[in-house]
Ligand binder design. Structure first.
Ligand code: S3P
Length: 449
């Protein structure tokens, strides 16, 4: 489905007259789901995946890996298998690959294609076609791949992969797991060692999964960052994957419970990879009653059950260094900050400007239209909390094709004095199918306006 052409789906969240309560699971982790399908198609043999996120973004990756010759089959809800032909054996796709709304799918697939001797064209929806791709095409060109795209390297983008790829040695100019992953994926088909240095540690699902499929990857801590080395041309062998609940999705019901009086919600089997948990650290600093129990390792990733109870929140000062571990959580953190006592500041959010929307501007706008005082100072976001009394609400939020702006706004509306409406909730399905129903199950009231 191309949302750009389908009718908008406005949705309204009404102030909650009752506490939110329940024990729930959230859909599978988006980052891990994309990678599971990609690695399955790159490996030799049958990879079984359970808990796969069946959101639009991941379904785009499933279709792309199929178009590249992988056997990708849904066996049941969240249960999929992928049969690959082994590293380096992807086939040339017969048509354009449409990555929909997904930056992760587009950028990681650029990395995969860069070292396959095939031609492919990538495109996406209006949001993805606005997003910068040079951050991957520039480093990937050094392996011998050729790219031709629109101004600024934007999609649609034609790729001619290298027949004899050279290994890359790249220092990331921005903290981006997508760029790091693209370089590592290209390195799979290059002889010798591929090296990527990141200035700040970013989510390491690619490194973990590469090892899980049999590649040799070493990681050296360098100051605040890391140097990652991949031994080229490994044998990738099919390996089963259990996808944990997405901490970035858990963030929405979790903050909802924090801002609706009397609430208590438990979210089971949430991924707790330390490079993803900056939001939980920040909420605890704000005084949130958040406990984690049943910590265990599932499918190579730490998971646990998170319980939150409503309570007073204090303002937060979030350092720039924490951004990579909570990069997708700033809109929902801004919502929590709107209820806190005092003024919160989140530092250096420049990367938010190139997400599914200009998320820094969109986050400020979603608060402002609901009567919450907010400023953008340079690349910092400053939120003035209402300090105990609920913020006004009553606004109509423009979501700009951004699922996280839509969900953050709807959570806001559960705690404000007046209802909050979003112009289009259709994009919620990219990462969190069933969001509104899950929230209704906890006691929330969300309806078409
Ligand atoms: C992702 C990395 C992050 C994040 C995105 C998923 C990934 O993007 O925002 O939702 O799966 O690697 P950047 O690498 O651009 O920061």
């Amino acid at each position: 489905m191309d949302h750009a052409q389908s009718a908008a789906q406005p949705l309204r969240a009404l102030p909650c007259g009752q506490p939110l309560t329940g024990r729930i699971r959230v859909p599978g982790d988006k980052s891990i789901s994309h990678r599971a399908l990609m690695f399955g198609a790159l490996a030799e043999g049958l990879t079984r995946i359970t808990g796969l996120l069946e959101g639009e973004d991941v379904l785009r990756t499933a279709a792309a890996m199929r178009a590249l010759g992988g056997e990708v089959v849904q066996e049941g809800p969240g249960a999929w298998h992928v049969r690959g032909q082994g590293r380096g054996n992807l086939a040339e796709p017969a048509d354009v690959l449409d990555m929909g709304n997904s930056g992760t799918a587009a950028r990681l697939i650029c990395g995969i294609l860069a070292s396959h001797p095939i031609f492919a064209v990538l495109t996406g929806d209006a949001s993805l076609r606005r997003r910068p791709m040079k951050r991957v095409t520039e480093p990937l060109s050094a392996c011998g791949a050729r790219f031709a795209g629109r101004a600024g390297g934007r999609l649609p983008l034609a790729i001619e992969g290298a027949a004899e790829a050279r290994p890359l040695d790249y220092r990331l100019p921005v903290a981006s797991a997508q760029v790091k992953s693209a370089v590592l994926l290209a390195g799979l088909n290059a002889p010798g060692e591929t090296r990527v240095e990141e200035p700040e540690a970013t989510r390491d699902h690619t490194e973990n999964m590469l090892r899980h499929f049999g590649a040799e990857v070493s990681v050296e801590v360098r100051g605040t960052g890391r140097l990652i080395r991949l031994a080229g041309q490994p044998t990738l062998t099919a390996a089963d994957i259990v996808v944990p609940g997405d901490p970035s999705s858990a963030a929405f019901p979790l903050v909802a419970a924090l801002v609706v009086p009397g609430s208590e919600v438990t979210i089971r089997a949430v991924g707790l990879n330390p490079l993803r948990t900056g939001l939980f650290t920040t909420l605890r600093e704000m005084g949130a009653d958040l406990t984690i129990s049943g910590e265990r390792i599932e499918g190579g990733e730490p998971v646990g059950d998170i319980t939150v109870r409503h309570g007073a929140l204090q303002a937060a000062e979030v350092p720039a260094a924490r951004a990579p571990s909570m990069i997708d959580e700033y809109p929902i953190l801004a919502v929590a900050a709107a209820f806190a006592r005092g003024t919160s500041r989140f530092r250096d959010l420049s990367e938010l400007r190139v997400k599914e929307s200009d998320r820094l501007t969109a986050t400020a706008a979603l608060l402002a239209v609901n009567g919450i005082r907010v400023e953008i100072e340079g690349d910092d976001l400053v939120v003035h909390g209402s300090g105990g009394t609920p913020p006004p609400g009553g606004g109509m939020v423009e979501t700009h094709m951004d699922h996280r702006i839509a969900m953050s706004s709807l959570v806001l509306g559960l705690g404000t004095r007046a209802a909050v409406t979003v112009d289009d909730a259709a994009f919620v399905d990219t990462s969190f199918p069933g969001f509104a129903d899950l929230m209704r199950g906890l006691g929330a009231d969300m309806a078409r306006p």
